[in-house]
Design a protein around this ligand. Structure first.
Ligand SMILES: [Zn+2]
Length: 81
C-alpha cells in the first residue's frame, strides 16, 4: 500500500486505502468495509493486484541481479558453474 489515496491520488495516512476526504465523500468513513460502495472495493481489489504484481516483479529483478555469468541456477535450484 503506498501513501496516496487510490481515488484522488492525494497523500493519505499509510494504513488507509483512501484519504479522509474521499472516505467521507464516497461513503467509506466509519463504515464497515463490506458496506463500502462496490466500485470503491473494486478499486482496492485492483490496487492489491497491481501491488502484488509489482512485488513479484521486484522479487524477479532481485533474483536476476543475484545471478552472474559464473553462477546460473538450474531448475532444481542447484548452481551450475
Ligand atoms: Zn482521496
Amino acid at each position: 500500500m503506498n501513501n496516496t489515496c487510490i481515488i484522488c491520488g492525494k497523500p493519505k495516512r499509510s494504513r488507509f486505502w483512501l484519504c479522509k476526504h474521499c472516505a467521507v465523500e464516497y461513503g467509506a468513513y466509519n463504515v464497515p468495509y463490506k458496506l463500502w460502495p462496490k466500485w470503491v472495493r473494486e478499486f482496492i481489489r485492483y490496487a492489491r493486484v497491481i501491488e502484488a504484481r509489482n512485488k513479484q516483479f521486484n522479487d524477479v529483478c532481485i533474483s536476476f541481479s543475484q545471478v552472474t555469468m559464473e553462477k546460473i541456477v538450474n531448475t532444481d535450484g542447484e548452481i551450475v558453474t
